[in-house]
Design a protein around this ligand. Structure first.
Ligand code: SAM
Length: 261
């Protein structure tokens, strides 16, 4: 009842060093076999937390696959705008991971979604290279939330191919202002580019207003907490102008290719 079905998977020799593992956006079933093997082979499982004692999204996603004997290593990445505490956190994380490797432990750092896409693990990778150049680092990619949103939309009866033929796909944080978003949408329309806006949450009320003015609401898809039991996938027109959770994104398509089924 509940949780993924048991899976037999052999634990090969653990890779020496740090493995940055993308665990996907929410559903533990979306981890790759490579991610599962890396997690199962680790002695130490590191994961980001936004505050001391916090659970951590990536750790929650991977929880069904963790083993009782594995040591947990929460790494604090404060969600602040100032540069100094963020840089200090990346350095501290890299030092902590490298220290485990130097002590002979295979380590994984779990990452929500993909490891290279707007992820703390991207900074950790750079910090490890800079501060511990001899520490081996390996990446296991994960399913990005944007791709999972398109898949879950289809499952909900809303086919939403992200890019077709010569279209482009732009994945980026939501601009801070309506004028910034207006410029972005103009460029995207001129270049037949689908836009995926991350970090939508608190910006949704004014984003919605702009899309409505441009007649884009029906063609946009809002995806909230994709892969979690309370996930929401809906045409943007059906979502009221209220602040959404941090884990929400928006897909905006302003046209379709001429040749379609
Ligand atoms: C720091 S980025 C992490 C992106 C992640 N590494 C990926 O590959 O998808 C966080 C943003 O990604 C989006 N996001 C991540 N997971 C999500 C989910 N399960 N449902 C909806 N949006 C999600 C949200 O826009 C959120 O503000």
């Amino acid at each position: 009842m509940g949780g993924p079905a048991p899976l037999q998977i052999s634990v090969g020799a653990a890779a020496a060093g740090v493995t940055l593992v993308g665990v996907g956006p929410g559903d533990p079933e979306l981890l790759s076999v490579a991610a599962l093997r890396a997690i199962r082979a680790a002695a130490v499982v590191a994961y980001p937390v936004a505050r001391t004692g916090g659970e951590g999204m990536a750790a929650a996603i991977a929880a069904p696959w963790l083993l009782p004997g594995q040591r947990r290593l929460p790494l604090l990445f404060p969600m602040v705008a100032e540069a100094a505490p963020r840089i200090a956190a990346w350095h501290a994380a890299a030092d902590a991971l490298a220290a485990e490797v130097a002590a002979g432990w295979p380590v994984v750092l779990l990452c929500e979604g993909d490891v290279s896409l707007f992820a703390s693990s991207g900074y950790v990778q750079l910090a490890l290279r800079q501060r511990h150049p001899h520490c081996p680092v390996r990446l296991v990619p994960g399913v990005p939330a944007v791709c999972a949103a398109a898949a879950m939309a289809a499952a909900a009866g809303i086919p939403w191919p992200l890019a077709l033929q010569s279209e482009g796909l732009l994945i980026r944080p939501t601009p801070e202002s309506a004028s910034g978003l207006a410029d972005l949408l103009d460029q995207a329309a001129a270049t037949a580019t689908t836009v995926a806006l991350l970090k939508l949450g608190r910006r949704w009320p004014w984003v919605r207003e702009l899309l409505e003015r441009r007649g884009l609401l029906d063609g946009a898809l809002l995806a909230q907490r994709v892969g979690w039991p309370d996930q929401l996938l809906a045409p943007a027109s059906a979502v009221p102008a209220e602040v959404r959770p941090y884990f929400s994104l928006l897909l905006i398509r302003q046209g379709w290719p001429a040749v379609l089924p």
